[in-house]
Design a protein around this ligand. Structure first.
Ligand SMILES: [Zn+2]
Length: 620
């Protein structure tokens, strides 16, 4: 522990609050489960500026009353993502994503609602208060503190303990600079029982350190320290909290690399090493470089390439891909140039394409890994090579073309079969078309034949990107219009309630919004739409609200004038549904008396509908 090393004063773990990464600004915070008070939400809404927050991730430019930019949630070349500063809402007309500043943070940084509120509260100096009731559960708070305490202990062991000499020498031999060591807060696992001793001093139950992944049970009772004798790489989540460790042997011990076991805090299938340090550079350059190892990452960082992340001892997953897609659609894979590295680059294509990313790929010259390459290459040359990375699909196609003899029919067929496995990954229609053209040309076949082959192989392909939902349908135009009017003038909800409009609605999302607005209007004079959004509105409802809010700027007076016509339209729709139901009943019954009764009913409904149609004409 710090206290036992070189006479440094020990800081009790429980008093530590700040993250240990020098670049980390966020405090260690627990996962929060309680309900945040409405006054806190209002305070943050009043002070937070959605344009400023979005600008951290998206380059925005003025467009009328709104700002406009390229959507961070789907791939596009012309901007359809809008931010409305006055309404404090964002919406993408391409993919339909939308909501308040809280939702933007949740989506881009993979936070829970409470986490997004806490982050913005911090940023805008609004203390976050929870509503009365059961205190929020914070089951992992102590685990984060234990991990942070351990990382500091490892760091001290590396910096100044006699036992850390071998590790220090190892890092120097591998060319790791003291600056990089500090930036990534590298440590050493020690040779003795440093963690166990510190836990005992702090009165922390070793079982909690086991839950944090630091200790492993020893056969015959007791614990052993998991990372003993290794160089330790603390792994932070996107908020800068240490959530686990990677560790590398400094001698011939096996395994060479070891990671924290998966837990609620650390999931290797979704965490990206170095992301916290890389975030500013990723935002600046709007590109992410992905490497496979801790040493590769640090090598690149030392060479001045800072927008780099690494997977932690696992192949790239869809969860990694989605996390990257939230930041940028430009992903460059930089893997080892050997057979294994090339295979894993190709394998990474599946999850990346599925998340809506068309990755680029780049390999170091023969016989080098990215770490060696970074050390031997001047920064300009590295940047230049990275800028010239080629599309992964192009790499795959070239490799397939080299693998088979395309001058002969069996070679062509094998080539076509292999490409039939990869082409369905591409979800962008234009991109796919271009590759189909290229493959058709190489195989000497009409494009239609290649396309037929792809349709056959479609079932086995990776499913279409989950992050790209279809655009909201307008099969109920009157309901969309009603929602639009309410978004422009929420005070209309009083009329909506009096007119019994809720009963006229068929669509789930709009009915949900109207019901919630009615509820809110009972307690507030004019219900606040943002409050509605943040009040756990469903995904579909949220998208509809942000869309309608941005779609057109109409004055409250204009909304009021349009309202009666919309309501009549809704009534007409309802009558049409009743007619359809009655016709179906008439068709299914054999009882002539019953049929007669139904016909009468149908006639009444038709008359009423015709009256409503006339009424609508007089309103125009
Ligand atoms: Zn979008």
């Amino acid at each position: 522990m710090p206290g036992s090393l070189g006479g440094r004063k020990a800081v009790p773990w429980r008093l530590r609050r700040r993250g240990f990464f020098p670049t980390g600004e966020s405090e260690a915070r627990p996962d929060l489960g309680g309900r945040i008070s409405e006054s806190t939400l209002r305070g943050i809404r009043d002070r937070a500026d959605i344009v400023e927050v979005v600008s951290d991730t998206v380059r925005l430019s003025r467009s009328g009353a709104s700002f406009r930019g390229l959507c961070p949630f789907h791939r596009e070349k012309t901007p359809s993502f809008f931010v409305h500063p006055a309404k404090q809402i964002f919406h993408c007309f391409g993919c339909g994503e939308g909501g308040s500043v809280f939702h933007f943070l949740m989506k881009t940084r993979n936070l829970s609602f409470a986490e997004a509120v806490e982050d913005l509260g911090d940023r805008y100096g609004v203390p976050v208060q929870y509503e009365k009731g059961p205190a929020p559960e914070r089951p992992q708070e102590d685990l984060y503190r234990i991990l942070q305490g351990a990382s500091e202990t490892y760091r001290e062991l590396l910096r100044s303990s006699p036992a850390g000499k071998g590790a220090r020498e190892f890092l120097r031999r591998r060319g790791i600079s003291p600056e990089a060591e500090q930036e990534f807060f590298l440590g050493y696992g020690g040779r003795g029982k440093d963690i166990l001793d510190a836990l005992a001093r702090e009165g922390i139950d070793p079982s909690r350190a086991e839950a944090a992944g630091l200790l492993a049970p020893r056969e015959g009772g007791g614990y052993r320290e998991r990372f003993r004798g290794r160089v330790v790489f603390p792994i932070a989540d996107a908020r800068g909290r240490i959530c686990g460790f990677g560790a590398r042997a400094i001698d011939e011990s096996l395994p060479k690399y070891l990671n924290s076991p998966d837990s609620r805090m650390y999931r290797k299938s979704s965490v990206l090493y170095g992301l916290h340090q890389a975030l500013p550079a990723i935002r600046r350059e709007r590109k992410i470089l992905v490497v496979e190892g801790y040493m590769d990452l640090i090598g690149m960082w030392q060479a001045g390439v800072k927008n780099v992340v690494a997977t932690c001892g696992t192949s790239l997953t869809e969860s990694h891909a989605r996390a990257m897609k939230r930041m940028t659609g430009d992903v460059i894979l930089l893997f080892d140039g050997d057979v294994a590295g090339k295979r894993s680059a190709v394998r990474a294509g599946g999850p990346l394409y599925a998340a809506g990313i068309s990755p680029l790929v780049l390999f170091p010259p023969k016989g080098m890994d990215p770490d060696d390459w970074a050390k031997e290459t001047p920064h300009e040359e590295l940047s230049d090579r990275i800028a010239r990375a080629i599309p992964l699909m192009e790499y795959i196609e070239r490799a397939a073309g080299r693998k088979y003899d395309l001058s002969r029919i069996p070679g062509k067929l094998s080539y076509l079969q292999l490409m039939g496995k990869y082409l369905p990954w591409i979800t962008d229609a234009a991109e796919r078309h271009l590759y189909v053209q290229r493959v058709a040309k190489a195989a000497g076949l009409p494009e239609e034949t290649v396309r037929d082959r792809l349709r056959g192989g479609e079932k086995a392909a990776v499913p279409v990107a989950p992050g790209i939902p279809p655009r909201a349908s307008s099969s109920r135009p009157e309901e969309d219009m009603l929602l639009g009017l309410l978004c422009r003038d929420p005070s209309l909800i009083e009329d909506v309630r009096k007119d019994g409009v809720e009963d006229l609605l068929e669509g789930e999302a709009v009915r949900e919004v109207v019901a919630r607005l009615c509820r809110l209007s009972a307690s507030q004079e004019v219900p606040d739409l943002l409050a509605l959004l943040d009040d756990e509105a469903g995904e579909e409802a949220r998208r509809r609200i942000s869309e309608q809010t941005l779609r057109a700027d109409m004055s409250p007076e204009q909304s009021r004038r349009a309202y009666p016509e919309v309501v009549v339209g809704l009534r007409i729709r309802k009558k049409q549904r009743e007619e359809a139901r009655l016709l179906a009943e008439i068709a299914s019954t054999k009882d002539t008396a019953e049929q007669g009764r139904l016909f009468e009913e149908l006639k009444a409904v038709r008359n009423e509908r015709e009256r409503l149609v006339q009424e609508r004409i007089t309103l125009r």
